[in-house]
Design a binder for this molecule. Structure first.
Ligand SMILES: Nc1ncnc2c1ncn2[C@@H]1O[C@H](COP(=O)(O)OP(=O)(O)OP(=O)(O)O)[C@@H](O)[C@H]1O
Ligand SMILES: O=P(O)(O)OC[C@H]1O[C@H](OP(=O)(O)OP(=O)(O)O)[C@H](O)[C@@H]1O
Length: 220
């Protein structure tokens, strides 16, 4: 029997929106998948030819880029940050809407003009996207890499500005920060390993088509 196709899905907030989408595509994981207390990482689905793995958001891209999983669901922020050439992102799933922005303390923003920046020190989980954004703007960016809680950096003197994801703006507000520049809009994408797209065409192409159809129907 051929090995099942593996779909990598992130734990956390995207999972909630991805599960109904997967169900519409006809892939329903075993109950333990949605149980955050389960320690299992690989799950069977209603389809004997498809398994699902649950990994950290950034690791979805790595598993798929290396061909350890054939498909994945991941934010465009993560795709952009890695820039893996092995990844093909054929479908915008229209979930996980947020934006990647530059933020700074409200009192600093009151006197600041982003057009005058020549050098910035930034705390972020996204040094790649941050460097690329500022380089294109002719600004030198010095990044301090964090994996979360970026909002603490300006308050504690680690870096005066941050680059982080913003949705409602509540996290910034509760930490005394304001958004001063939007770098890019983010949504989650279906990603495919380019080689797997060719070698497992029989399984991967119908799945990509099913995701595409489901998203188009939801938008109609
Ligand atoms: N506030 C938000 N609103 C909507 N989508 C978001 C928001 N924050 C993050 N996302 C999307 O969800 C993805 C995963 O974010 P999440 O915050 O769940 O991961 P994380 O907790 O940082 O991951 P990990 O714990 O694995 O490092 C992001 O890459 C982004 O595409
Ligand atoms: O504008 P808001 O609606 O407040 O959302 C923004 C927050 O959401 C994300 O973090 P998340 O809650 O996923 O936790 P994390 O810090 O563990 O990544 C992001 O890193 C912000 O902190």
């Amino acid at each position: 029997m051929t090995e099942p196709v593996i779909i990598a899905v992130p734990k956390g907030r995207i999972l909630e929106e991805a599960l109904p989408l997967l169900a519409q595509v006809g892939v329903v994981p075993e109950p333990a998948f949605a149980d955050e207390s389960s320690r299992a990482l690989r799950f069977k689905t209603n389809r004997s030819d498809i398994d699902i793995i649950r990994v950290r958001a950034f690791d979805v891209a790595t598993f798929v880029a290396h061909g350890a999983a054939q498909l994945g669901i991941v934010g465009s922020d993560v795709i952009g940050e890695f820039g893996y050439s092995e990844l093909y992102a054929p479908v915008d799933l229209g979930i996980g809407h947020c934006r990647l922005s530059v933020a700074e303390p409200a009192d600093m923003a009151a006197k600041d003009d982003p057009r005058g920046w020549s050098h910035v020190r930034i705390a972020t989980k996204y040094p790649g996207l941050t460097q690329a954004h500022f380089e294109a703007r002719g600004v030198q960016a010095e990044c301090v890499k964090l994996n979360g809680a970026m909002e603490l950096a300006p308050i504690l003197g680690l870096a005066p500005r941050i680059v982080d994801l913003v949705s409602s703006g509540r996290t910034l507000k509760e930490n005394g920060l304001v958004e001063v520049e939007v770098i890019e809009q983010v949504t989650s994408r279906l990603i495919v390993n380019r080689a797997g797209f060719k070698t497992r065409t029989d399984k991967v192409v119908p799945l990509v088509d099913a995701f595409r159809r489901t998203v188009a129907e939801a938008a109609a």
